[in-house]
Design a protein around this ligand. Structure first.
Ligand SMILES: C[S@@+](CC[C@H](N)C(=O)[O-])C[C@H]1O[C@@H](n2cnc3c(N)ncnc32)[C@H](O)[C@@H]1O
Length: 389
């Protein structure tokens, strides 16, 4: 196994170096990130061996606890009600991994509203072919094969239902833009010795839409500031929004609205690498072996959604969202259960706190939008918003 990893990393480094040389010595960071994460055979997200999760590099909320999906199901049940209880509806989940969140959601929905569950098809959109296979296998084992479709990303037909993405947008490639005294430059990637280094040069054509967005939003930080921004996430939003005929969009991820994201303490960039539950701000180490992420600009996603005809329903934190949906009820239910041991209760309490911890998963952002579906009165997950939201 160790040798395979070394070979794969070596090949990926070689592949990136060749491309840098072919491009005259520089590639954008977005291209570097695309190769490091999505190279068809060698990219971090494309390899057969699964890394995210407890044995991997980080834990997502659904991996932390099934309560996450069970609680989310309450919001999904409300979406179904507000769509006038369609006899067929679809939850299209992007970046579904091995299908763990979808499984928890279906279990939660079955408990919450069996009619909504019966009418449901779950469509899992996952870029990694091995994970697509694994989800099909595990859904069949769970007797859910008839309710689940699995597909690769791309243009998909419009649905009535819900677009859902948990911790996907933060893995889409970003450009690093740097404010200069007279305008903007871009931090590109060059070869340095056996590794890579940042080199500042003009803004690439690919980053121009992001620059236009920053100008439109009036984001003009002091010279020397660095902003990591993802035109790919705007493109992704445009593409997925086209696939929503009628219904809701729910995006959960690490990130903020622009007014919060581009505050002074985050103006050295937000690119991070995750490996073995440690974090680094050096993206040039363990290439292909560490996850790369950057904070999501939820205002950019919102604006793109609006330009694609979606209506803004609200933005909140994951902690407030899950609390509004009654995550705490899990503890009350356990308390009422005579067989609950103290150990079991404390373990559940720890998980609940972890999901709403304002210093951890609880500060993730939650964006809700709608097409041809009511957003008033506020959706259940938006009822108890933190101050300033
Ligand atoms: C951080 S994991 C999150 C998995 C799952 N949503 C969760 O919360 O546990 C990101 C997942 O998104 C997938 N992914 C990344 N980019 C994608 C894209 N453009 N379209 C579909 N899936 C993507 C990755 O392969 C991976 O399974």
């Amino acid at each position: 196994m160790g040798d395979d990893i070394t070979t794969a990393t070596g090949s990926l480094l070689e592949r990136i170096r060749k491309e840098i040389i072919a491009c005259g010595g520089l590639i954008t960071f977005a291209r570097f990130m695309e190769l490091a994460l999505y190279h068809p055979d060698l990219g971090y997200y494309m390899r057969e061996r699964r890394r995210p999760g407890r044995g991997g590099d980080f834990i997502t909320a659904p991996e932390a606890s099934p309560y996450f999906g069970h609680t989310l199901a309450r919001q999904l049940a409300e979406f179904w009600e507000r769509l006038d209880r369609p006899s067929q509806w679809t939850i299209r989940e992007y970046g579904s991994g091995i299908g763990g969140l979808a499984y928890d959601i279906m279990a939660g929905l079955d408990a919450e509203s069996s009619q909504a569950f019966d009418a449901l098809t779950c469509q899992l959109v996952e870029i990694n072919p091995a994970m697509r296979q694994e989800s099909l296998r595990s859904m069949a084992e769970a007797g859910l094969a008839g309710k689940v479709e699995v597909t690769a990303p791309g243009a998909l037909p419009p649905i009535t239902g819900v677009l859902l993405a948990n911790e996907v947008a933060d893995a889409l490639p970003v450009h690093r833009l740097v404010r200069t005294g007279s305008g903007w430059s871009e931090a590109w990637v060059a070869i340095e010795g056996e590794g890579f280094a940042w080199i500042h040069a003009g803004v690439s054509r690919e980053a121009e839409p992001a620059l236009d967005y920053l100008r439109r939003e009036g984001i003009d930080p002091t010279p020397g500031s660095a902003i990591d921004i993802s035109p790919a996430s705007m493109e992704w939003m445009r593409e997925i929004a086209c696939g929503l005929g009628r219904g809701y969009l729910l995006v959960l991820d690490y990130g903020y609205e622009a007014s919060e994201l581009y505050r002074v303490h985050r103006l050295q960039g937000t690119i991070r690498g995750y490996h073995g539950h440690t974090v680094t701000d050096d993206p040039f180490v363990r290439v292909g072996e560490q996850d790369l992420t950057a904070h999501v600009d939820f205002t950019a996603l919102r604006r793109t959604g609006e330009a694609s005809g979606l209506t803004f329903a609200g933005f909140t934190t994951q902690g407030a969202f899950l609390s509004s949906l009654g995550l705490g009820d899990a503890l009350l239910a356990l308390q009422r259960e005579p067989e609950t041991s103290l150990q079991e209760y404390l373990a559940t309490q720890a998980v609940v706190l972890r999901l709403i911890d304002p210093g951890g998963l609880g500060r993730f952002g939650v964006l809700m939008m709608a097409r041809d579906a009511p957003v008033d009165p506020p959706l259940r997950g938006l009822r108890d918003r933190p101050p300033g939201f």
